[in-house]
Each structure stands twice: as structure tokens, then as C-alpha cells.
Design a protein around this ligand. Structure first.
Ligand code: UD1
Ligand code: MG
Length: 487
């Protein structure tokens, strides 16, 4: 026989979120590195619940697919029709018949909730041996939320939805955050007694409180320290507001650990990003996903890094990188685009208007200007001339170019892959390199220059060019020469 579960987390995520006006279920909308649902699951994470149940409904397939990615241990439970939060929890508990101890219920749309707050709620609930404890907050604007109604002794009497509330109750600013801890056994009993006698004709989870209280069970209110944590998300305007609040929280956290953010209001750092001490982030910069920024590195302004590693002391200026690795003290930009599997070794440089993809650029090697480096390996301490293209695609397949160490390739080269340039080799400017270049060789692969003397004078007589050419020729021919006048 399996052990009874001591803690069960139930996340309610079946609602449609109509006001989002989206084909994406509300709980899957992203917010600085996680979905709304992902944030809620992360907040519940440290409870180390024995079981996590997520009630899915609208967009169930999408939500389930997301869960397998971010929380494979969680059990999705389908609520086919959204008959209310009480109904949702009832269905969730049916899926965990052996759940005992504490059941923590969290609405799926409160992404600013912090793990410490959930832990404090559960601790207060278990410490008081309460039957049910609701997380409450005093908010400036309670519109649309359930109100905490207290009796004359200040104890919880009931939770009333706004649409069912009297004018006096509506004036209350203490609200239900939609986060609760329950005793599993007593919750199950009370859920069996819920009515749908309310304005929406739904089974309200919140009615459990009055039911338990009327049965003489201890019910409690736990106050959130900061009401911001309890903010829900109903439309995209609110989502944007939550994003700003989370940005400020994340940014403050990094500044307190020794990271400089030169303009925190235009710096957007996903909760999944890490930065080391003395990193400097300049304005208009987004750091996303699994990005890491090493000690003393500087990033920005006007830079977006997605899943990118920036080594110690490296610098990335006005650039966009996805899935790239920038080595220690390497330098990127301004105006570079690093695509996936771009790997810059220590002190490597990818300069202005340079795009790289699946490219390894060795220690101290430089691609300073106006180039595309795709499917390439460049050794150490080599220099790639301006305006070079690694011609990697024959229209069907991609091919690789290998450049050795200490190579110097000329400006405006085409490396037509597959091709190899050996260590210490040079290539001439304007070359189209289609064959391998041995170590130490100089490759020249371009047409010879031919000057057709006097062509402009003959073929373009009467033009400004022809006049200029004639003056230049006469000046050269004359004694002393016009060119020697002045200095
Ligand atoms: C609920 C609370 C309200 C509280 C507010 C906090 C109830 C009756 N009311 O109201 O007191 O102040 O949250 O944000 O609980 N859901 C399901 N299945 C359903 C219905 C809802 O999974 O059948 C999910 C939704 O996806 C959502 C959560 O439960 O994540 C809350 O539902 P919602 O409709 O937003 O409830 P509110 O009216 O906001
Ligand atoms: Mg809601």
C-alpha cells in the first residue's frame, strides 16, 4: 500500500481567460522566462509536495504539453466543463484519493507569488492546525475580487465574490488572493456540500470557508506581506503591469548581488538568467532564457541575448545573440548577430555587421567587419578580412569551412565550402577560394587587373570625368605639375 500524501499542491488552470482574447490559454502566456503557470509551479516548488495536480480544461492539450516540459512530475487532471473553482478542486482530489495532510490550492494566474509566501501560509496553517487558511491581502483596488468578510471578533466569517456582495461588503479592501491551505480530509467533506446558489451558478471553492466555520472547524486568514504578490492577471494590460513589477523585483535582486544595471527601467531579465558580480548591463537590454553573464562582463546598450553564455570580462554591444557562447574577454558588436552554436573562444572578436552561425572562432581570432561566418571553424589568432562570406550553402546542403590558426585572409573573400585554409596561410583580397590553401601559402583567386589607357577620353569625351582626366594628364605633363601647387 502506498504512503498517504502529506502535502498535495493543486493548481487551477482550466479557465479560458476570455479577456486575454488569445488562442493561447491564459496560463501559458509568458512572463519574463516562464509562463504564468510556470511561475506558480515554481512558487510551490519548495513545498516539496508529494503530489502536484494541475487542473486543465481550456487548451488542455497545450497545457499538458507544457507541463511535460516544465513539470513532468505534475499530474494534469481534465475538468471538461468549468463549473467553478470548487468543482475544479473536487475533480483534482478525485485524482489523488489517498491525499492526506495539507492540500495547497493555487489559482494558476498569480505569477508574482513568491515561494516564501506560500511556505509561510502553509506553516501558519499547519502550525494552527486549521481546517482551512486563505491568503489575503489589503489592496488599493479590490474590483472583481472575492472579499474577506470578518465577524465582530475579527475572525473570518466568509469569502464573498464581488458579484454576490452587498454594497458594504464591496467596500472591503481585504481580498482573497486565490491561494489556500486546507486539511485534506475536511476539504473533501466540505467540497461535497457546495451549492451552486450564487450569481454565476458555479461551485465556489471559497464557500468551503463558511461551511467549515459553520461546522465549528477552525478557519484562518493569513496576510501576504506584499499585496503585489497576489495580483492576478485577467487581460494583457494587467499582464504588462505584472511584467513591469516582476522586472523591478528581478532587477533589484541583481543589483543587490553586485550587478550594475545602468537603466533598470529598460532592462528586462528573465527569472531564469544568472549574472555574476560586477557584470554591467546597459540600457534597452533583454536577457532571456538560459543566458548567463560572467563576472565583470558588460552587455548592452540595445542588446538581446537568448540562451547565451557571456564569459568573464567579455563585452557585447548593440547586438542580438541566440544560443551562443561568448568566451572570456571576447568582444561582440556593435551590430552583430550571433546565431545558435556560435562559439567565441577567449578574446575572440566578432565586430560590426557580422553574422555567425554554427561557427567556432578560436582564441584571439577576429572577424571585425561586415561578414557572414556560417558552418565554420576558425583556429586561434587568425584574422578574417572585412566583407567576407563563408559560402556554406549549395542550395541543397550546408558545407563546412575550416580556417587554421594565425591565418590572414584578405578583405572581400568568399570561402566556398567545403574548403580548408591551413595554419599561417594568407589569401588575397577579393578572392573566391574554392580549393584548399596549404599552410603558409598565399592564395590569389581573382581576375588580373587590366588598365585600358585613355578609354574615358575616347569613349566619354565631353563628360566631367573626361575633363578631369584631361586636366590630370596635362598637369602631370606640365613643368612642375599642377599637383605641386600649395601643400
Ligand atoms: C477567484 C476567487 C476570488 C478571488 C480570485 C483571486 C472563487 C469563487 N473566487 O475568483 O475570491 O479573489 O480568484 O484571483 O474561487 N478555474 C478552473 N476551473 C473552473 C473555474 C476556474 O480551473 O471551473 C481556475 C481558473 O483557470 C483560474 C482560477 O481557477 O486560474 C480562478 O478562477 P477565476 O475564474 O479567475 O476566479 P475569479 O473570478 O478570479
Ligand atoms: Mg481570476
Amino acid at each position: 500500500m502506498s504512503q498517504p500524501h502529506l502535502r498535495t499542491v493543486v493548481v487551477l488552470a482550466a479557465g479560458e481567460g476570455k479577456r486575454m482574447k488569445s488562442s493561447l490559454p491564459k496560463v501559458l502566456h509568458p512572463l519574463l522566462g516562464r509562463t504564468l503557470l510556470g511561475h506558480v509551479l515554481a512558487a510551490a516548488g519548495p513545498l516539496s509536495a508529494d503530489r502536484t495536480v494541475v487542473v486543465v480544461g481550456h487548451g488542455a492539450d497545450q497545457v499538458r504539453a507544457h507541463l511535460t516540459e516544465v513539470a513532468p512530475a505534475a499530474t494534469p487532471v481534465l475538468q471538461e466543463r468549468q463549473l467553478g473553482t470548487g468543482h475544479a478542486v473536487r475533480i483534482a482530489l478525485d485524482a489523488v484519493p489517498d491525499a492526506a495532510g495539507t492540500v495547497v490550492v493555487i489559482n494558476g494566474d498569480v505569477p508574482l507569488l513568491r515561494p516564501e509566501t506560500v511556505a509561510a501560509l502553509v506553516e501558519a496553517h499547519e502550525g494552527a492546525a486549521a481546517a482551512a487558511t486563505v491568503l489575503a491581502a489589503e489592496v488599493p483596488d479590490p474590483t472583481g475580487l472575492g472579499r474577506i468578510v470578518r465577524d465582530t471578533d475579527g475572525r473570518l466569517a466568509q469569502i464573498v465574490e464581488e458579484r454576490d456582495a452587498t454594497p458594504q461588503q464591496r467596500a472591503l479592501r481585504e481580498i482573497n488572493a486565490g491561494i489556500y491551505a486546507f486539511d485534506a480530509v475536511r476539504l473533501r467533506e466540505a467540497l461535497g456540500k457546495l451549492s451552486t446558489d450564487n450569481d454565476q451558478g458555479e461551485e465556489y471553492l471559497t464557500d468551503v470557508f463558511a461551511l467549515l466555520r459553520d461546522a465549528g472547524e477552525p478557519v484562518a486568514v493569513h496576510r501576504a506581506a506584499d499585496h503585489v504578490e497576489t495580483l492576478g492577471c485577467n487581460d494583457r494590460v494587467e499582464l504588462a503591469g505584472l511584467r513591469r513589477l516582476l522586472r523591478d523585483r528581478v532587477n533589484e535582486g541583481w543589483m543587490r548581488t553586485g550587478v550594475s544595471l545602468l537603466d533598470p527601467h529598460t532592462t528586462w531579465i528573465d527569472v531564469t538568467v544568472t549574472l555574476e558580480r560586477d557584470a554591467v548591463v546597459d540600457q534597452n537590454t533583454q536577457l532571456r532564457g538560459a543566458t548567463t553573464v560572467g563576472a565583470g562582463a558588460s552587455v548592452g546598450p540595445d542588446t538581446t541575448l537568448v540562451d547565451t553564455t557571456v564569459g568573464e570580462g567579455a563585452s557585447v554591444v548593440r547586438s542580438h545573440a541566440v544560443g551562443a557562447e561568448v568566451g572570456p574577454q571576447a568582444s561582440v558588436g556593435p551590430y552583430a548577430y550571433l546565431r545558435p552554436e556560435s562559439r567565441l573562444a577567449r578574446k575572440a572578436k566578432v565586430g560590426t555587421f557580422v553574422e555567425t552561425k554554427k561557427a567556432t572562432i578560436g582564441e584571439g581570432s577576429k572577424v571585425p567587419h561586415l561578414s557572414y561566418v556560417g558552418d565554420a571553424t576558425i583556429g586561434d589568432h587568425s584574422n578574417i578580412g572585412a566583407a567576407t562570406v563563408f559560402v556554406n550553402y549549395d542550395g541543397v546542403h550546408k558545407h563546412h569551412t575550416t580556417i587554421g590558426s594565425h591565418a590572414r585572409t584578405g578583405a572581400d573573400n568568399m570561402f566556398v565550402a567545403p574548403v580548408r585554409v591551413g595554419d599561417g596561410a594568407y589569401t588575397a583580397a577579393g578572392s573566391v577560394i574554392t580549393g584548399d590553401v596549404p599552410a603558409g601559402a598565399m592564395a590569389v583567386a581573382r581576375g588580373q587587373q587590366r588598365n585600358v589607357e585613355g578609354w574615358v577620353l575616347r569613349k566619354r569625351a565631353g563628360t566631367a570625368a573626361a575633363d578631369a582626366a584631361r586636366q590630370a594628364r596635362d598637369g602631370e605633363a606640365g613643368p612642375g605639375g599642377a599637383a605641386s601647387e600649395g601643400d
